[in-house]
Write a protein that binds this ligand. Structure first.
Ligand code: NAD
Length: 248
């Protein structure tokens, strides 16, 4: 078991990639603290195994994050998975879309990482994994203006933390998925007139010709959380069906 004895914190753990990662972390021996705003989703996750402790929390509430870390203590692994996809180009991006995107995708990550680093530094070890996207980092996609800006910021933050804390034994890497089949993706597809056609088009963007699976991204998170990845830090790891190598 690659994460035996490790204590991990995962945001957006009630659904999609975060949920699957929580389950894979547990299978690898970790004790997992799962954060999400969705109490129903968290309850169903926690019902799967006693190794998961669930905490309902709005990640954009800095005070709640501070109180949580004050009571939960230190962590060996932090997976900042939460992110919001705002639709639109620069002209249709409202200030509210911009603010909502940065509050969850960037500010919450900054706040939580800042709260977790001191405990990792005291332990002399830690792995931080930040959820970015291939969109905004390796490629552009239509109508993803605010989202792209936030995910580029995530990679910048990742590299900065990796650089500043490498001597403290803390690694920090980013994950950049292509299109992954999750509940929020389905919600975005449902907004199209023909969701099945949209699904086929989204899958075709990736040269491998299909959507990614949450399990595949979670497996990368397990690798980055574990000592198997001890020689990688400050890197944006693509897992995108070949999209960044040239879409079709
Ligand atoms: P999702 O969008 O399906 O689920 C996100 C979870 O975040 C939900 O359980 C939701 O309740 C929770 N959440 C939303 N706002 C919150 C808040 N304020 N406080 C606490 N929890 C909150 O998840 P997903 O599609 O697996 O995406 C996870 C991450 O992966 C995101 O950062 C996303 O940008 C990134 N990503 C996803 C894809 C994709 O195609 N699905 C591709 C690239 C990157």
């Amino acid at each position: 078991m690659r994460l035996a004895g490790k204590k991990a914190l995962i945001t957006a753990a009630a659904a999609g990639i975060g949920r699957e990662t929580a389950l894979q972390f547990v299978r690898e021996g970790a004790e997992v603290w799962a954060l999400d705003i969705d109490s129903g989703g968290l309850n169903s996750l926690a019902a799967e195994t006693a190794q998961i402790k669930a905490q309902v929390l709005d990640l954009t509430n800095t005070g709640d994050l501070q109180s949580f870390i004050a009571s939960a203590g230190s962590f060996d692994i932090l997976f900042n998975c939460a992110g919001y996809v705002a639709h639109g180009d620069i002209l249709s991006c409202s200030l509210e879309d911009w603010q909502t995107s940065f509050d969850l995708n960037v500010k919450a990550m900054y706040v939580l990482t800042k709260l977790v680093i001191p405990g990792m530094a005291t332990a002399g070890a830690g792995s931080i994994i930040n959820m970015a996207s291939v969109v905004g980092v390796g490629i552009a996609a239509p109508s993803r203006f605010a989202y792209s800006a936030t995910k580029a910021a995530v990679v910048g933050m990742t590299k900065s933390v990796a650089c500043d804390y490498v001597s403290a034994g803390i690694r920090c890497n980013a994950i950049c998925p292509g299109t992954v089949d999750t509940p929020s993706l389905q919600a975005r597809l449902n907004a199209f007139d023909d969701p099945e056609k949209a699904r086929a088009e989204f899958a075709a963007r990736q040269p491998l010709g299909r959507l990614g699976q949450a399990e595949e991204v979670a497996a990368l998170a397990v690798y980055l959380a574990s000592d198997e990845s001890a020689y990688t830090t400050g890197v944006a790891h693509y897992i995108d069906g070949g999209w960044s190598n040239g879409g079709r």
